[in-house]
Design a protein around this ligand. Sequence first.
Ligand code: NAD
Length: 349
Amino acid sequence: MEDTPQQLQEFDNHRFVSYIWDPKTQMEGFIAIHRSSKNNPAFGATRIVEYPSKVDALRDALNLSRLMSYKAALAGLPYGGAKGVIILPPHLNPKERRDVIKSYTKRVNYMGGHFVTGADVGIRPTDLKVMRENSEFIEGVNSQPVKFTAMGLMMAIEVALEEVFGSPDISNRSFAIQGVGKIGSSLVALLSQAGAKKIYIADIDKQCVSEVKTRFPKVEVVTPAQIYRQKVDIFCPCALGNSLTPKTISRIKAPIILGGANNQLESRTVGELLHKLGILYAPDYVVNAGGIISVVDQYENKRFSEDRIAKRLNNIRVIFKSLLAQSKSSGRPLNIVADEMAESIFNNH
Ligand code: NAD
């Protein structure tokens, strides 16, 4: 590999970055810990994705682990951010996949509890089961992170609607959902339940699209390229990162951008551009923290309690409102105000 972590712009003095490789199973990837404290572990789910190269996987691990520190800080959680990424080997049969996941989980165990992980993009329920069977440092099995992420997004959507339209009412509003995997489809379900006037969806995976269309026949399917251009009240990025670039935001007609995907902004500058354009961009790690809140709740309390998690989710509403007020009074972009607040918290852990 040509680049070392510290040569990459994504490297932010991470506390620990490890390349993991098991020639026997073809398991390959990275574990990155951005920040952690002496007494508390770092949290971050694991993804298994086909990366174009090792450097792309490393960049993803560095970026996402960093993002998790911001997310935990503003969710009021005293834990650092981490991430595990596995480079998906091509054409795995179920046994080979199981071996890859098992081998990865062994590496998680080597960390002796400094890294607590669970399921992110690409990790299937069967994979999570294998992880759980082989490690005590896997959380999120019973805490329903997807459900609580979507619930947190709904709270934030109400706050954003109130801010822009003067009412949190969802029933008269329209939405464009980019990516209808676990998070996007859960959001479609909650928005439909709340009586959203119009929902457009797009996904590169035709099966995902047809499953959502079958469950919610009123949604309108558009192509992944068209989703940006829909005349809606909220554009919801729920696919992978970096979907907001100077080019893509020039197509967006929605006055609000708020969704579940991690690392939506290609760079901080894109957040500043959105601010200049008068588009309310809700910092991803603020509004999609429902999953980590539920996972941490399971870690801390062992027993699942929907009521307790729902109460903790309210912090998303509180912090988002406070950030909006600070951005308004200072005239500064919301993403910058949020970044600075998070940094001041985790740098003082
Ligand atoms: P997922 O893999 O279930 O869904 C992602 C979907 O996006 C897939 O259906 C994929 O086909 C689609 N997609 C990829 N590229 C696309 C494109 N260019 N246009 C349209 N669709 C595209 O993953 P998920 O768990 O739903 O996570 C979605 C995002 O939310 C990720 O960024 C993830 O990190 C973040 N997130 C997930 C959770 C969680 O608990 N799962 C919690 C917080 C944040």
